[in-house]
Unconditional design. Structure first.
Ligand code: ADP
Ligand code: MG
Length: 662
């Protein structure tokens, strides 16, 4: 059922839901909250600290609005709670003025200063009069949490028909509640117990299905024969000998492993895990060259057009002395140029094609594709591997994955159990360690002065800020940040904003301008988290840094320190003693950071913030739910083997499902 057929969903809401990738009723009800607000009312006379509280109050005076400057206003009024009158101040909510009539009951959210008898609210709620647990969803601009909640609750009133992928025997073994009930409870829990029991069941199901696919792919990979290639060893060793740098030991080892795969009669299915900057590109290019000399076409796929273009430039550069036809295929090409490229691919008139993952979806035929390389694999996950391996253009094509998520080996062996692993642990030691520092937001001046220093040296700066995506008002939105920075630098520095909602062509042109040094400060959300290479960018400032997970912080920081210039990363926060930020200050080593990340999050926190940068799950989190993952791994292995022998029906369903997912 499409969302547009639901009550309370008009065309405008439909468009907003689509932005969150919600198209069907099933998408909607499996769009889970990422955290909960536990709303407990506190009396004003009980507040003795600086924490946020919910206070059920009555308005007792008409509010007064003061406009302080452009985009900045203040609203003041008097309120009462349990016979105590106090002043309320809230910023940038002038629009609430007419809702705040005397005698109205409201819930104030914020901090109370007992000495001054002022409540500084960051939110005022009109719709709650009872203590409750409130689900909080990731949102998009224009969609309010309360609206989304209403739409979901409404659609849960009807019968829920949804496939359940946990086999009966495991449901019984673990005493799981049924799926329909779990979905209801996860959106509308009465108690914390409700959240726990629905969540564990949904998490297990997701991880079971994931591990089932991995195990399934592992099984079919074993049977897959590849092409036994004969490549030109002389050309390859010449290429390596003539590089402008000496390969690291790990690079050499991994190149050997790849070359061995190429010549083996088995199909290559290898993942190269190496931290940002460990030099994976040259490894990939060596593979493409060897594959070319064995007489086959090669394809290189990147997650974004920006990265594809960057790879295209460097591949052309590296291979310029050879007579190899290299082309770039991106979505922004005209239909005609695309068709021309398809035609040339089919006629063996292109040797190496570079593009985004659309490369394989567009039904283009190759003359004889021998090797596919996919960069930044951690962004895609098992369904894409399935497409490449079981539906791919040619069942024999060798596949090489690159991933910049350094993760502990045991963990990698589980979640990438269907692949052979190569690791690049050490980085070329040509670069200086990035100096990382946590700064409290109230000391932002220190950061601004440092920015000024770097700008004077004609270096460039990345500024990262989380986009407003839920009801929290203390996040510096990117536009506000731009205004502030323009003020700080007197409008004399070219500052631009890059975010996910821009059109591809706009993103490309911004990146180009940043690359050329026209833009000095690029403010962005996490959209360009990976891979981008701007050697002249020597500084990164991450606002609300405590909101990001370690993996994301590390990926972000990897965008700087890409030359022999000293680079700096400033983590701006309001939170003291944040463990993750401490770890970032301590180390530049991705494998170390990921071990720590694992330790911190392994403890499990049901209200944890969803991390970006990880493989996409609706509710599970590999690291936090690691124990469940291992259980799901064992269970799915057993189930798969039983299924193979017994022709189990549900097993067939899952196989079908993974073949139809993208
Ligand atoms: P990533 O693993 O993040 O994809 P890249 O392949 O983009 O890293 O490499 C980052 C930079 O390091 C590139 O500019 C590349 O030329 C350089 N590089 C790669 N290997 C070495 C090496 N062995 N010695 C010195 N520099 C290297
Ligand atoms: Mg790379």
């Amino acid at each position: 059922m499409e969302v547009s057929a639901l009550k309370k969903v008009g065309p405008k809401t439909e468009r907003l839901l689509n932005k969150l990738e919600i198209y069907s009723k099933e998408d909607l009800i499996t769009y889970y909250p990422y955290k909960y607000n536990i709303i407990k009312f506190t009396n004003i006379d009980e507040i003795n600290d600086e924490n946020n509280y919910y206070v059920l109050s009555t308005v007792i005076s008409y509010p007064k609005v003061s406009y302080i400057k452009k985009n900045f206003n203040k609203l003041d009024f008097l309120a009462n709670n349990k016979d105590i009158n106090f002043k309320v101040t809230i910023f940038n909510r002038a629009f609430l003025k007419n809702n705040l009539q005397p005698e109205r009951t409201i819930v104030l959210v914020g901090k109370y200063n007992k000495l001054k008898n002022i409540f500084v609210a960051n939110d005022i709620r009109f719709n709650i009069d009872n203590e409750t647990i409130e689900p909080i969803y990731h949102l998009t601009e224009g969609l309010k949490n309360s609206n989304l909640e209403k739409i979901i609750i409404e659609s849960l009133k009807e019968n829920i028909q949804i496939a359940d992928y946990i086999p009966k025997e495991y449901k019984e073994k673990y005493n799981f509640i049924n799926k329909g009930e779990a979905i209801k409870l996860i959106h509308k829990p009465q108690t914390i117990e409700d959240i726990k029991k629905s969540k564990i069941r949904l998490v297990y199901e997701e991880l079971f299905t994931y591990m089932f696919k991995v195990n399934y792919l592992k099984l079919i990979n074993k049977k897959n024969l590849g092409i036994k290639k004969i490549y030109n060893e002389e050309v390859v060793s010449d290429f390596l000998a003539n590089l402008s740098f000496k390969l690291t030991e790990d690079q050499e080892k991994v190149i050997k492993e790849i070359l061995k795969d190429l010549t083996s009669e088995n199909r290559m299915n290898r993942l190269v895990l190496g931290d940002v900057g460990s030099g994976k590109t040259v490894v990939a290019i060596t593979a493409l060259l060897a594959n070319f000399t064995s007489g086959y076409q090669g394809a290189f796929m990147a997650p974004t057009e920006i990265l594809a273009k960057q790879h295209y430039e460097s591949i052309k550069n590296y291979l310029s002395i050879y007579d190899i036809k290299i082309e770039l295929l991106t979505g922004s090409l005209t239909k005609k140029s695309k068709e021309k490229i398809y035609e040339r691919l089919e006629n063996n008139d292109i040797d190496i094609i570079i593009g985004t993952h659309a490369l394989l979806n567009e039904n283009n035929k190759f003359y004889n594709l021998g090797l596919v390389i996919t960069d930044e694999q951690h962004r895609f996950g098992v369904n894409q591997r399935n497409v490449l391996q079981s539906k791919g253009i040619n069942q024999k094509t060798d596949v090489l994955y690159l991933s910049a998520t350094p993760i502990p080996r045991t963990y990698a062996l589980t979640i990438y159990g269907d692949l052979d692993l190569s690791q690049i642990k050490t980085k070329p030691n040509t670069r200086k360690e990035i100096i990382t520092k946590t700064v409290m937001e109230k000391n932002i001046k220190e950061v601004l002065l440092k920015m000024l220093d770097e700008l004077k040296l004609n270096h460039q700066i990345f500024v990262v800020s989380p986009l407003i995506e839920d009801n929290d008002y203390d996040i510096s939105s990117v536009t506000l940040l731009k205004d502030k920075l323009n003020m700080a630098f007197n409008n004399k520095v070219k500052i631009e904003i890059l975010h996910g909602k821009l059109k591809q062509s706009q993103k490309d042109s911004l990146m180009n301008d940043f690359h050329k040094g026209i833009i000095k400060i690029l403010i962005s959300t996490t959209v360009i988290e990976v891979g981008i290479d701007i050697p002249n960018a020597t500084m990164m400032v991450i606002f609300n840094a405590e909101r990001f997970g370690l993996a994301t912080l590390h990926q972000l920081r990897g965008r700087i320190g890409r030359s022999n210039l000293q680079s700096y990363c400033y983590l701006v926060t309001n939170v003291v003693n944040n463990k993750r930020l401490k770890i970032m200050e301590e180390s530049n080593d991705g494998f170390y950071i990921s071990e720590k990340d694992f330790e911190l999050r392994g403890q499990g926190d049901i209200f944890g913030v969803k991390q970006s940068g990880d493989i996409f799950f609706k509710i599970a989190d590999f690291k936090r739910d690691y124990k469940i993952l291992l259980q799901a791994k064992n269970d799915s292995e057993k189930y798969l083997i039983n299924g193979v022998y017994k022709g189990n029906l549900l097993y067939e369903n899952i196989i079908e499902k993974i073949n139809f997912l993208d």
